[in-house]
Design a protein around this ligand. Structure first.
Ligand SMILES: Nc1ncnc2c1ncn2[C@@H]1O[C@H](COP(=O)(O)OP(=O)(O)OP(=O)(O)O)[C@@H](O)[C@H]1O
Ligand SMILES: [Mg+2]
Length: 297
């Protein structure tokens, strides 16, 4: 196993409608689909599809959704030895997509909100991997936060690179907690809104200089504008002030069909490229190419 991803495993129920129904009204469903979801699980499937030996750690229910997710993980070659099955409901989301492609989402994290403890089994897995990928959704809950911070600190003590996608919920997390997690990760991978939420400014340059001495690698996802990376020269070791290098790559021009999950695809492709020993320019290029292809449908 090369990568362990910790986070939510959900079932996404998507329905397409002409327009969002007004409160109390009735609207016809044009089509519907059900698929696996959760940012972390999406990244895991994509990593595995890119040929990276991947393990998933999270909690599902002993219901039909949970069994289906587990089977899908097995079938995709994902190591499920750290997936916990508990009595109760697997988390799920209901996504309504209107004629303009606007998404409205209802989420119930179900058993994905269950916190775990850092066991010897998890420590042993962490010692085998090269990269630990963490989801910001686990920072919503104090107990899950402690677990994530313990895993990250242990991974780092073992020389494992730790990456965090903060996810949109980072804006609800206490600054002190954000600071604690930033101290134990190597790669911080926000989008523009998430970066602004963490640094308190929309100014990307100011944000980059604020985090320069905190994070060995700051990876910013910028939608159609591609992505940017600020790398400490001794990455993945802690950053040295004034030693960073900056890389920037545009995204291929595509007509977006659906941008949902672009960040997850991006993360997976970035990790795959990083682990295959390529250059930072290639990490960005490979990740943008993969995510843009996804967005184009
Ligand atoms: N319209 C687009 N055209 C080309 N590439 C895109 C487009 N939108 C997204 N991408 C690619 O996907 C990457 C991630 O998208 P984005 O910056 O929107 O991240 P995100 O907001 O974290 O996504 P998500 O909502 O999935 O978490 C971008 O860096 C880019 O490579
Ligand atoms: Mg994202």
């Amino acid at each position: 196993m090369m990568v362990l991803v910790i986070g939510d495993a959900l079932v996404d129920q998507c329905v397409w409608v002409k327009k969002m129904p007004a409160r109390g009204s009735d609207e016809t469903i044009l089509s519907s689909a059900e698929h696996s979801g959760g940012s972390a699980l999406n990244t895991s499937f994509r990593l595995s599809g890119l040929g990276v030996l991947t393990g998933f750690c999270g909690c599902i229910g002993d219901d039909e959704s949970g069994r289906n997710l587990l089977k899908k993980m097995h079938d995709s070659g994902i190591d499920t030895s750290l997936v916990r099955t508990e009595p109760g409901s697997t988390g799920h989301t209901i996504t309504i997509i209107d004629g303009q492609g606007e998404r409205t989402m209802l989420s119930d994290r179900g058993l994905s909100a269950r916190s775990l403890i850092l066991t010897d089994e998890i420590r042993e897995k962490i010692r085998q991997i090269r990269l630990l990928c963490l989801s910001g959704y686990w920072l919503i809950d104090p107990a899950q936060t402690e677990f994530v911070i313990q895993c990250a600190a242990y991974a780092r003590s073992q020389g494992v690179t730790v990456m965090l996608d903060p996810c949109p919920t980072i804006r609800t997390v206490e600054p002190a907690t954000v600071r604690r997690i930033l101290d134990v990760i190597d790669i911080f991978a926000p989008n523009r809104d998430e970066l602004a939420a963490v640094t308190g400014t929309d100014d990307i340059e100011k944000s980059f200089s604020t985090l320069e001495t905190v994070i060995p690698a700051l990876l910013l996802k910028m939608g159609a504008k591609g992505s940017m990376l600020q790398l400490s020269t001794n990455f993945p070791k802690p950053a040295v002030p004034g030693s960073s290098r900056r890389f920037r790559a545009p995204a291929p021009h595509v007509t977006p069909i659906n941008t949902t999950g672009a960040g997850d695809v991006y993360n997976a492709a970035f990790i795959a490229s990083y682990l295959s020993g390529k250059t930072p320019e290639e990490w960005l290029r490979d990740a943008n190419a993969c995510a843009a292809e996804w967005v184009a449908g």
